[in-house]
Design a protein around this ligand. Structure first.
Ligand code: C2E
Ligand code: CA
Ligand code: CA
Length: 776
C-alpha cells in the first residue's frame, strides 16, 4: 500500500533536507562572516592609526628641526664673544665695550661672565653674587675634561629666574683653551617663539643636555625650567641623532616623542604628546566602529540562534511526520490484513474454501447478466448429502468436516473452472453450471456428480464412509430470471429429489409442481403465509407502442414457499378461492401495490399505474368497492394509480353486485381492464354496457398470429371495434417481434409479454419505469 502523497516525507522535503548539514553550514558561514568583519575592522583601525602616527612623526620632526636649527644659531654666537675675549687675553683690548654692544642687540643672552682658567672673572656684563671661584674652577675643569660645554649647577647659578640657564663654554680650542665664558641663556625668550604653536594639553617641548638633564621645557601651561631633572629622557636612552618613539616618557603616561640633537652642541630637542590625547578622536571613532561591529555580531549570532531554533522545529516536525507516516503505514498494513481476512471470511467457506453464499450470489448474478447476452443454458444445482446428519451425529463433527471437504474436492473435480461451486452451510452445496450448450448436457454433468460423490470415501480418519447427493436443478431463464428464484426453485427440486430416494436428481417443473399433491399442505399454510410475508408481487410492464414507454405494470402474485420454492398463481389462486382466503389475499395484493407506489414516490420516481388481478369472488362482495377505496385512501394513493383486471366470467353470477362494485370504482377514476378477452362468452356488443376502460386480448389469440395480421381476423377486428367503443386494447403474451409487428399493423396500442419482459421483482422493474424499453 502506498502512503498517500500528502503524507509522503519526500513530498514534504523534496531535497532530502538534513538539518545537521544545514546547521554545520550555517555555523561555518556565520563564523567566516563574523571573523571577516572583525579582521577587516582590526586591519582598518590599525592602518588608520599608523597613518595618524606617521603624520604626527612628520609634524614633530619638522618642528624639532626648526627648533634645533634655531638653538644652533643662537649658540653659535658664542664665537663672537670668544673673539672679544681673545682680545683681552692678547692684552689688546678690554672686552667690556664690545660685549655690552653685543648684548644690546641680543636678547637671548641675559648675562655674560669671562673667566681665566683659574676661575677668576675678568669680565661681568652684570654683577653676580656667589660666583665662588673654587666652584667655577671645578666646572671649568669638568668642561675641559669632557671637551663639552657645561650647564652650571643650580646652586651655583647667579640668576633667580629659573628659565635663565647658565652655560660654561671654553675660550679657544683644544690645548689653546685660555679661559671660559659663562653665557646665561634666556630660554623663556627662545621657547616663547613657540607660543603660537598648539602643542595640546599633554604636549611638551624640551631642550635637554646631553647627559639627560632637562634644560627647559615648554608645556601647555607655559615654560617650565629647572623643574625636576631628568623628566623626559632617561640618560643614555636615546641613541642616534634623531628618532621617533612611543613609550612611557612623561607624567602623562604613554606618549609619542620625537628627539633631534642640535649638531655641534650637546643639546637635544624633544617634542612629545600623550598618546591618549593624540588618539582621543581616533579612539572615539574606533569605539564607534567597535560598537557597530559588536551590535552586528550579536545580531548575526542571534540570527543564527533563531535559524537553529527554526531548523530544530522543522526537524522536530519532520521527525514527528516520519513517525506519523510509519504509524500510518503500520495502521494501513494492519487494516489491509484485517480487510483481507474479513473479506475472505465474508466470501469463502472456511472449512472447504469454497465460495460462501454471499460470494456465490454475487458471482451467479454476474453470470446471469452474461447469460442474457448469449444462447447458453445456465443451471443452478442445489446439492444436499444424504444421511449427512446421521454421519455427523454418530461419527462426530470431525469426520463430518472431513467428509464435507472430500465432497467439495469431488465437486470441483466434476465441474469446470467457469462453474461456480459453493457451500451454503451444513451439507448444502450449490453449484452454478455456466454456458452449457444444451439442456441435456446439464443432466450429464449432474449424473457424473452423483456418481462421483456417491463413490465411497475409503479413509476418513480411519472410517470408510459412503454418502450420496440429492440434486435439485433449476435452469435459467426457464425456471427463473434472477438468482433468488433460481435458488428457490432448485431447492424445491432438490426437495423432490430427496423424496424420491437417495442419489436422485430432479429438474424444477413449475407445471408439474405437483401442488395438487401438496394441496392440503398449501391450504394449511396459506393463512400464515399471508401474515408471514411469503407472498410477493412481481411486475410485468405494459408498453405503449406509440413511443415504447411503459405506461402501466401488472402485479402478479408469487408465493415464495420455504420448501417448494416459487409457487405460481395457477397453483394456489384456486385454493384461495375455494377456501375463501382469496378475500384476504386480494386485499393484501392491493395493499402491497400501494406500498410499492409509496416506496417509489419516496424515492422520487414518477408513478406508473399498477394493475391488480381481482378474482370474481371478491367482486361478489358488496363491500368490495369500499374496502378497495379505503386501502387506497389509507396509503394516500390517487385512484388513477391502481387499476383492476377482471375476467369476463366475473359477470356471470351476481352480475349486479359485480357491476355496482366496478361502477363505483370506475366512477372514481379507477381504470378497469377486461382480462383474457376473447376466451369468454361476451361479445363486444355486450361489453358496451360494462364499466370497462380497456380490453386485454388473451395470449392464445396472440400466439396464433404468425406472419401477418390477416392470419388472425379476430385480433384485428377486435382492435377495430374496441376503438370504436373508445376502449384501449392491450395484447397479452407477446413473445416475438413478428407478433409485435402484426399487432402494430392491426393498430394495437399497448402490449405486454415476455418479448419486453417477464414478470420480475420490484428491483428489476425499476429500470423499466425510469427509461423507455428498447425498440424492437
Ligand atoms: P393473467 O392475468 O392472464 O396474467 C398473465 C399471465 O401470463 C401471467 O402468468 C404471466 O406470467 C403470463 N405471461 C405474461 N406474458 C407472457 C408471455 O409472453 N407468454 C406466456 N406464455 N405467458 C405470459 P401468472 O403470473 O402465472 O399468472 C397467471 C394468472 O394468475 C394470471 O393470469 C391471473 O389470472 C392470475 N393471477 C395472478 N396474480 C393474481 C392475483 O394477484 N390475484 C388474482 N385473483 N389472480 C392472480
Ligand atoms: Ca391479468
Ligand atoms: Ca390475461
Amino acid at each position: 500500500m502506498k502512503i498517500p502523497d500528502f503524507l509522503d516525507r519526500d513530498v514534504l522535503n523534496p531535497v532530502g533536507f538534513d538539518s545537521r548539514f544545514l546547521k554545520k553550514g550555517i555555523i561555518a558561514l556565520g563564523t567566516v562572516l563574523i571573523m571577516l568583519a572583525w579582521c577587516l575592522f582590526l586591519f582598518q583601525v590599525d592602518k588608520n592609526k599608523k597613518e595618524l602616527v606617521a603624520g604626527l612623526e612628520r609634524e614633530q620632526q619638522n618642528l624639532a628641526g626648526v627648533l634645533a636649527e634655531n638653538l644652533f644659531q643662537i649658540l653659535e654666537q658664542r664665537h663672537t664673544i670668544e673673539l672679544f675675549a681673545s682680545k683681552w687675553f692678547d692684552g689688546t683690548k678690554s672686552p667690556s665695550g664690545d660685549i655690552t654692544g653685543f648684548l644690546y642687540g641680543e636678547r637671548t643672552f641675559t648675562r655674560i661672565v669671562l673667566y681665566d682658567l683659574s676661575g677668576r672673572s675678568f669680565y661681568e656684563s652684570s654683577p653676580g653674587s656667589g660666583d665662588r671661584p673654587d666652584k667655577i674652577r671645578e666646572q671649568i675643569e669638568k668642561m675641559l675634561g669632557s671637551g663639552q660645554p657645561v650647564v652650571m649647577p643650580r646652586d651655583n647659578r647667579l640668576s633667580n629666574i629659573s628659565w635663565q640657564v647658565p652655560f660654561l663654554f671654553p675660550i679657544g680650542i683644544g690645548a689653546a683653551v685660555k679661559g671660559a665664558m659663562l653665557l646665561e641663556m634666556d630660554f623663556g625668550y627662545f621657547l616663547n617663539l613657540l607660543q603660537n604653536i598648539d602643542i595640546g594639553r599633554t604636549g611638551t617641548i624640551t631642550v635637554q643636555h646631553d647627559q639627560g638633564e632637562e634644560v627647559a621645557r615648554f608645556e601647555s601651561g607655559g615654560l617650565v625650567v629647572g623643574n625636576s631633572p631628568v623628566k623626559m629622557m632617561p640618560a643614555g636612552s636615546i641613541s642616534g641623532v634623531s628618532g621617533f618613539r612611543d613609550g612611557r616618557y612623561s607624567d602623562f603616561g604613554n606618549c609619542y616623542l620625537t628627539y633631534l640633537r642640535v649638531h655641534d652642541y650637546p643639546f637635544m630637542i624633544t617634542i612629545s604628546i600623550g598618546q591618549d590625547e593624540f588618539l582621543s578622536d581616533f579612539n572615539q571613532y574606533r569605539n564607534r566602529l567597535l560598537w557597530v561591529l559588536i551590535i552586528l555580531t550579536s545580531l548575526g549570532l542571534s540570527g543564527i540562534v533563531l535559524l537553529f531554533k527554526m531548523i530544530n522545529r522543522n526537524q522536530a516536525y519532520l521527525d514527528a511526520l516520519a513517525l506519523f507516516n510509519q504509524e500510518n503505514q503500520r495502521l494501513i498494513q494492519n487494516l489491509e490484513k484485517e480487510h483481507k481476512a474479513s473479506s475472505r471470511a465474508a466470501s469463502f467457506d472456511p472449512l472447504t474454501e469454497l465460495y460462501n453464499r454471499n460470494l456465490f450470489i454475487s458471482l451467479a448474478e454476474k453470470s446471469i447478466l452474461q447469460a442474457k447476452r448469449n444462447k447458453f443454458c445456465y443451471a443452478v444445482l442445489f446439492i444436499d448429502l444424504d444421511r449427512f446428519k446421521k454421519i455427523n451425529d454418530t461419527l462426530g463433527h470431525h469426520i463430518g468436516d472431513l467428509l464435507l471437504k472430500e465432497v467439495s474436492l469431488r465437486l470441483k473435480m466434476c465441474t469446470r473452472k467457469s462453474d461456480i461451486v459453493s457451500r451454503f452451510g451444513g451439507d448444502e452445496f450449490v453449484v452454478m453450471l455456466t454456458e452449457v450448450a444444451r439442456e441435456r448436457d446439464i443432466a450429464t454433468v449432474v449424473e457424473n456428480i452423483t456418481a462421483v460423490v456417491s463413490k465411497p470415501c475409503p479413509d476418513l480418519d480411519g472410517h470408510e464412509i459412503i454418502t450420496s447427493p440429492s440434486v435439485g436443478i433449476s435452469v435459467y431463464p426457464r425456471d427463473g430470471e434472477d438468482i433468488e428464484t433460481l435458488l428457490l426453485n432448485a431447492d424445491a427440486a432438490m426437495y423432490k429429489a430427496k423424496k424420491s430416494g437417495r442419489g436422485q436428481y430432479r429438474f424444477f417443473d413449475p407445471s408439474l409442481n405437483t401442488v395438487s399433491v401438496e394441496k392440503f399442505a398449501l391450504e394449511q399454510r396459506m393463512p400464515s403465509a399471508i401474515t408471514q410475508g411469503e407472498f410477493t408481487l412481481h411486475y410485468q410492464p405494459k408498453v405503449r407502442l406509440q413511443d415504447y414507454r411503459v405506461v402501466g405494470l401488472e402485479a402478479l402474485i408469487r408465493w415464495r414457499h420455504p420448501h417448494h420454492g416459487m409457487i405460481f398463481p395457477p397453483d394456489f389462486i384456486g385454493i384461495a378461492e375455494e377456501t375463501g382466503l382469496i378475500m384476504d389475499l386480494g386485499a393484501w395484493v392491493v395493499e402491497a401495490a400501494c406500498r410499492q407506489l409509496n416506496n417509489w414516490r419516496a424515492a422520487g420516481m414518477d408513478l406508473i399505474p399498477i394493475a391488480v388481478n381481482v378474482s370474481p369472488l371478491e367482486l361478489k362482495d358488496r363491500a368490495y368497492a369500499n374496502r378497495f377505496q379505503n386501502i387506497l385512501k389509507q396509503h394516500d394513493i390517487p385512484f388513477k394509480y391502481i387499476e383492476i383486471e377482471v375476467t369476463e366470467n366475473a359477470f356471470i353470477d351476481d352480475r349486479d353486485i359485480v357491476i355496482n362494485n366496478l361502477k363505483a370504482l370506475f366512477d372514481k377514476g379507477v381504470k378497469i381492464f377486461l382480462d383474457d378477452f376473447g376466451t369468454g362468452f361476451s361479445s363486444l356488443e355486450h361489453i358496451r354496457f360494462l364499466p370497462v376502460n380497456s380490453l386485454k386480448i388473451d395470449r392464445s389469440f396472440i400466439q396464433d398470429i404468425r406472419n401477418s395480421y390477416h392470419d388472425n381476423p379476430i385480433v384485428s377486428s377486435t382492435i377495430t371495434l374496441a376503438k370504436k367503443l373508445n376502449l384501449t386494447v392491450v395484447a397479452e403474451g407477446v413473445e416475438t417481434s413478428d407478433q409485435l409487428i402484426s399487432l402494430r399493423v392491426a393498430g394495437c396500442e399497448q402490449v405486454q409479454g415476455y418479448l419486453f419482459s417477464r414478470p420480475v421483482s420490484e428491483n428489476k422493474i425499476r429500470e423499466f419505469i425510469i427509461s423507455p424499453v428498447r425498440k424492437i
